[in-house]
Design a protein around this ligand. Sequence first.
Ligand code: FES
Length: 97
Amino acid sequence: MTHGSCRFKSGSGHHFRVCGEQKGNFVALYYTRTVEKDREYWWCACGRSAEQPFCDGSHKGTGVSPVQYVATRDREVFFCGCKRTDNAPLCDGSHEL
Ligand code: FES
């Protein structure tokens, strides 16, 4: 799929935007993950984690903190990948802007 100068790719629950002006850079739009009821998850808000969309501690020194998410039921969740959501940690479509 294309959008302007960008191409979109998907695979293994990852959805990426690849823009011509950002050769080699992959910007995650969102991540689909299956979560378990009552389990706690920590969403990476800084974008540095190698374990996206979850925190791996790489935010240290950035002044950014991860956001807690507790699943209310077993379900598939769309976690924000672009880090611009106003509904952290969930995707709100801000990556389209
Ligand atoms: S690694 Fe990004 S918030 Fe922890």
